[in-house]
Design a protein around this ligand. Structure first.
Ligand code: 0A1
Ligand code: ZN
Length: 850
């Protein structure tokens, strides 16, 4: 391992940097293997800091020269940075370094992607560009001159000069170095324009590589909608003359909110009906909104240190979810978010990688860009809003922007604006940030003399480093339904603050049925002893769209668990209830499509494990297949109607309406394919004129062990398109039968188009392998070994992506002892790899410590 004793950084050790930065001037002389970066930085002593050590971060840099106030110096240089004697008065630091973007495969700092220079500096990548106090609480204005022979030269802020072979950019807004960006390449602009609410004209550009011009229109419209929405809903307007977005093919994450120059993974911005699915469009709209919203929540107000990451990420995810709800369907968005949280965040929060939304220590901050920080972080904001009400939320946010604009803040600052606007003590609420693990809420009911009593109890299992848990503030939205299905009590938010608490409802004529945790009002696991009859009743009558869906979901989970545990037949309440919902033409097609969804096989494994049973992946897979087959037969007569109801007689539009119809039509096609052996899917594939339909038909065929001819035709049709080819790779692994998955994945890694250094392509195959539950967990361990081989190979090239993908193993303790032994062997093999990165070392050791 590279670090014999990796350093752990603690929140409690925070101290401010000894100097403030007044201005940064950078000059880049671009060359693929010898880029020169010259810096001129004005420092002055920080009156709030006790320690005046002048240490600048710097990694993988060749120092050419350095001076302080014009006097050459020879700093003490290590592989982490440099230290120099600095005056206790304002001074000018100048340095020149050389870097090698052409050999930067980690995609952090300045690197190259298909001949284009680009940067990724969050979290600690700027130190690979030049020597600097690379920490978010050091903020400065930046002026950047780029010298290079490429036609498009971009950086943050506004353009301030240009000529043949050079361009200069000035960013007037003080920012931390992690928001720095530079792009240079042969790029084409898709232009746009926006006038802000105060009348500022903003030039918008979406920069893409030649050939991708036809995939820009949707992203540009999404950007304009985001700009308008942030003005309308949060009163926040854009603050520069230009806003640039660049699409990059090699990128570790989705996108990055660099000030005025967002850089996007091309998969998160490029879209056309022929090449992108409805889901791609929706995700792109949300990511563009997310990065744009960061301009206020992240850039204008940033984080004091990386422990506060959720300050910008939780809030910005919450804001993008609000945006999506407003642009599309609020209940559908809420259901998607709950599905996603349960699929990604719950396993994290209830396994070896569990950590608080605001962690207290880390070895590698890149390992903490997690579902917990982002999605649970967003849920906390949602709970806060629910607890204080919409008006107080708006007032608190106004105060936050007024009070903290231009600052680097903490969660304490955030909570304080809510305390100051509402007068409410939020001390206990703050436990959501410090306590890890998913709270479980149990529900008990009592009915006597017209009084209905709900007793809610909470407990959270121990998590790594946290044995004792304290009660949290849990907003539980509840409504009551009368025997005829009418709502006898509208939604009310019960505040559960004790370990156990009773809430009474009086004056009721008959025993009601409670609809608990409406709208998924808190990110908890609800444990409610409900009969199937009660669930079926809620599925038929609940006025809360989320809980109506949840009732169906609980029925589905229950019947699957019974099928797995006791070989039971699929439950009639579930099948009949589902049929009734599907028949209801008044219900949104998107919502009906969601009703047809099932818990993931991984979720079922978790549920079995929690019930004290050992999950066997093949038994789970078989139950799901059986239920699907039985469902197809049960709703058979309705399928023709679902097909005709979802035909769209208009040009393709990825809006909520059309994509909802296609989702329902696609779900119906999947069921039909189980009955006709793929005949209809074969026809649909031939006539498909957009990627959603094409991919749906192809997956139905592959699921039916057909479609090899279509797969080959798909390749011929799309081999020139990188993003579509990622789908081609991924789909084959996702749809493979359990015993074939590892072999399919391995064969694909030998395909000439498997460019494993590209994170999208790597994830298309290896991510799909890890997600194919029964395939990944094949009893002989072939899935584990294949993933481990590739993680070991990728680690020296791209530690960030490697480390993130190690989480595929996080649930290993759920499984039988044979599988545990197989996984442990692979994790150990990874851990013992010589020179393993700090990123991967931390992840594997946390997982092994389970
Ligand atoms: N701040 C970005 C996410 C991001 C984080 C790290 C990255 O590179 C290591 C890239 C992007 C966001 O929230 O969208
Ligand atoms: Zn973000």
């Amino acid at each position: 391992m590279r670090d014999a004793a990796p350093t752990t950084i603690y929140l409690k050790d925070y101290t401010p940097f000894g100097y403030l930065v007044d201005s940064v001037h950078l000059t880049f002389d671009l060359a693929a293997h010898a880029t020169r970066v010259t810096s001129r930085i004005a420092f002055r002593p920080n009156p709030d800091a006790a320690d005046r050590t002048f240490f600048l971060h710097g990694e993988e840099l060749t120092l050419i020269r350095a001076s302080i106030d014009g006097v050459q110096i020879t700093p003490e240089v290590t592989d982490k940075g440099l230290t120099a004697p600095a005056p206790d008065a304002p001074f000018i630091w100048e340095a020149e370094v050389e870097i090698d973007p052409g050999n930067n495969t980690a995609l952090e700092g300045l690197y190259m992607s298909n001949g284009m220079y680009c940067t990724q500096c969050e979290a600690e990548g700027f130190r690979k560009i030049t020597y600097y106090p690379d920490r978010p609480d050091v903020m400065s204005t930046f002026t950047v001159r780029i010298n290079g022979d490429l036609p498009v030269l971009l950086s943050n802020g506004n353009p301030s000069g240009k000529g043949e072979g050079w361009a200069e950019w000035t960013d007037p807004w003080p920012k931390p170095a992690y928001l720095f960006a530079l792009v240079a390449g042969e790029l084409i602009a898709h232009p746009g324009q926006f006038t802000t609410m105060s009348g500022r004209d903003v030039e918008l550009n979406l920069w893409v590589r030649p050939g991708d011009e036809g995939k820009c229109a949707f992203g540009m419209e999404a950007l304009k909608k985001s700009m308008k929405w942030d003005e309308d809903v949060y009163g926040r307007e854009y603050d520069l003359d230009v806003f640039n977005i660049v699409a990059v093919d090699d990128f570790n994450m989705g996108a990055m909110e660099n000030k005025g120059l967002n850089i996007f993974n091309s998969s998160a911005v490029l879209a056309s009906p022929e090449t992108s699915t409805d889901m791609n469009f929706e995700r792109i709209e949300a990511i563009i909104a997310h990065e744009y919203f960061h301009n206020w929540t992240g850039n204008r107000i940033t984080c004091r240190d990386w422990f506060q990451l959720c300050l910008k990420e939780g809030l910005t995810v919450f804001r993008d979810a609000q945006f999506t709800s407003d642009m599309r369907s609020a209940p559908v968005k809420r259901i998607h978010d709950a599905i996603d949280l349960r699929a990604r965040q719950f396993p994290e929060d209830n396994g070896p990688l569990s950590h608080p939304v605001r962690p207290e220590s880390f070895q590698e901050i890149n390992n903490f860009y997690t579902a917990t920080v982002y999605e649970k972080g967003a849920e906390i904001i949602g709970m806060l809003k629910r607890l204080v009400g919409d008006e107080a939320y708006t007032n608190a946010l106004d105060l936050y922007f007024d009070r903290h604009d231009g600052q680097a803040c903490t969660i304490e600052d955030w909570i304080k604006v809510f305390e100051d606007t509402t007068g409410r003590d939020l001390d206990q609420f703050k436990r959501w940030y410090s306590q890890s693990g998913t709270p479980r809420v149990t529900v008990a009911e009592e009915w006597a003399d017209g009084t209905y009593t709900l007793t809610l109890s909470q407990r959270t299992e121990p998590t790594p480093g946290q044995d004792e848990k304290l009660p949290q503030v849990i907003p539980v939205a509840v409504g009551l339904l009368g025997p005829n299905g009418d709502e006898v009590r509208a939604t009310e938010v019960l505040e559960l603050t004790e370990a156990s608490q009773s809430f009474t409802f009086t004056g009721l004529a008959a025993k009601p049925t409670a609809s608990v945790l409406r709208d998924f009002s808190a990110p908890v696991i609800l444990e409610q002893d409900q009969s199937n009859a009660e669930r079926a009743f809620l599925l038929a009558h609940d006025t809360d769209a989320f809980n109506r869906w949840q009732a169906g979901r609980s029925l589905a989970e229950d019947t699957l668990l019974n099928m797995i545990q006791s070989d039971a037949a699929p439950d009639a309440d579930y099948l009949d209830g589902l049929l009734a919902v599907l028949r209801d033409g008044d219900l949104d097609p998107a919502y009906r499509a969601l009703m047809l969804g099932l818990p993931t096989q991984s979720e079922l494994a978790a549920a079995l494990h929690e019930n004290g049973e050992t999950p066997y992946p093949m038994a789970i897979w078989t139950a799901v297949e059986t239920l699907r087959q039985v469902t197809a037969q049960h709703v058979q007569d309705l399928l023709p109607r679902l097909h005709s109801e979802t035909v769209i007689d208009a040009p393709y539009n990825p809006d909520a309406d059309q994509s909802g119809k296609r989702a329902l039509g696609g779900a119906a096609l999947a069921l039909t394919s189980r009955l006709d052996g793929g005949a209809k899917a074969t026809e649909e594939y031939k006539t498909a004129d957009n990627m959603t339909l094409q991919l749906t038909a192809l997956s139905c065929l592959l699921r039916a062990s057909k479609g090899q001819a279509e797969l080959a035709a798909f390749y011929d049709q799309w081999q020139h398109d990188r993003l579509v080819m990622d789908k081609w790779f991924g789909l084959q692994v996702s749809m493979a039968a359990p015993d074939a998955t590892a072999d399919v994945a391995r064969n694909l890694t030998e395909h000439p188009d498997f460019n494993w250094k590209n994170p999208n392509r790597f994830r298309a195959v290896m991510g799909a392998l890890a997600m194919n539950h029964a395939g990944f967990h094949r009893a002989d361990g072939a899935g584990y070994a294949l993933l481990a081989d590739w993680l070991i190979k990728l680690d020296p090239v791209n530690p960030q992506t490697t480390a993130r993908m190690c989480s595929a193993f996080q649930t290993w303790k759920r499984y039988d002892t044979d599988r545990q032994a197989l996984i442990r062997a692979q994790l150990t093999r990874i851990a013992e790899t010589p020179d393993l990165s700090r990123d991967t070392t931390e992840m594997v050791s946390r997982i092994l410590d389970a």
